[in-house]
Design a protein around this ligand. Structure first.
Ligand code: URA
Length: 315
């Protein structure tokens, strides 16, 4: 066995001729050669196994480079570009400023107790969410909290309540591009913990559980107030089915975000504010929207503050 100078001249390589000493030497050789490979990889890969980033490269859709983002690893992800500024000027954000706005992707940078945080809008639905998450991850972000609005389907959930998603029904298309449909869309446990802690601390009415993410607002959420008024057979009765399976709500991005984050080794979470209750009218009033948005922003910002503080303290 040619694993050391001492053994190099031994001619017999039959398995039965391998001694205990050989096995130990082989082990040492394998471990040390593996380390060498690991070190070589470090020159092109960062410790998470992702490709090393070029700080000057501007991402295609977000219009940001690593020089803009102050090394931020945390991002809040509203859907609506208008909500980005509302979040960024909410306490405890310090020095909020806009970095870029291209199409539906608007990004602000702010600091929570000195830690940089990005707020980027994803637009509506999985495809644009996947772009935002991809490009933010390329810039070094590894922790994502969706800050959305939602329609509740359980009878005990009210307008303005906050829903912390633990997992999502993958009624989207984008997540299948990241992992097969058998792969779960689950939130990172730490993000669920801080979101619940924040909602409880703020005295907001909240619910924790499974969300259904649909690629469509109308048929996939079984809305009859659509142009045709017709719900394709596939979706007729689906809301009652999800209700009986203890799904709490409908929205359009969580499944993509959570599947991607799991598959890419990132941390994903989702909190939404209820703006419609799916009993009777499907209409979303201005007052309901305002209340749902206000509550979800408060919950998400406080949750991120809790997380930043915990992680800065090394917890
Ligand atoms: N967002 C959705 O996707 N559905 C609703 O009912 C409300 C907000």
């Amino acid at each position: 066995m040619a694993v050391s100078g001492k053994r190099a001249s031994r001619p017999d390589t039959r398995l039965e001729s391998v001694s205990r000493e050989d096995i130990v030497l082989i082990g040492i050789y394998m471990i040390s050669s593996h380390r060498v490979i690991g070190m070589e990889q470090a020159s092109v890969m960062n410790p998470k196994g992702n490709r090393r980033r070029d700080r000057t490269k501007v991402t295609y859709h977000l219009g940001l480079s690593g020089r803009d983002t102050a090394g931020a690893r945390y991002a809040l992800l509203p859907g609506d570009p208008a909500r980005v500024e509302t979040i960024a000027v909410t306490l405890p954000f310090e020095e909020p400023r806009e970095l870029a706005w291209k199409r539906e992707f608007r990004t602000w940078l702010g600091y929570i107790h000195g830690t940089p945080v990005l707020i980027t809008s994803t637009g509506i639905g999985g495809p644009s969410t996947s772009i935002a998450v991809e490009e933010l991850a390329q810039l070094g972000v590894d922790t994502f909290i969706r800050v959305g609005t939602t329609g509740a389907i359980q009878p005990y959930i009210e307008s303005g309540d906050v829903i912390v998603t633990t997992g999502a029904v993958r009624l989207d298309g984008a997540s299948i591009h990241y992992a097969p449909i058998e792969y779960p869309a689950v939130a990172h446990h730490l993000l669920v913990t801080v979101l619940v802690e924040a909602a409880r601390e703020l005295g907001l009415p909240y619910h924790v559980g499974i969300t259904c993410s649909s690629d469509t607002f109308y048929p996939g959420q079984e809305r009859k107030d659509s142009f045709s008024g017709y719900v394709p057979r596939r979706f007729q009765g689906i809301t009652e089915e999800w209700r009986r399976l203890h799904v709490l709500n409908y929205e359009m991005e969580a499944a993509t975000l959570l599947t991607m984050c799991g598959a890419l080794g990132l941390r994903g979470g989702c909190v939404t504010g209820v703006v419609s209750v799916r009993r009777g009218s499907e209409h979303i009033t201005k007052a309901a929207l305002k209340k749902g948005e206000r509550n979800v922003i408060r919950a998400s910002v406080r949750a991120l503050e809790l997380l930043v503080d915990k992680e800065a303290a090394g917890d």
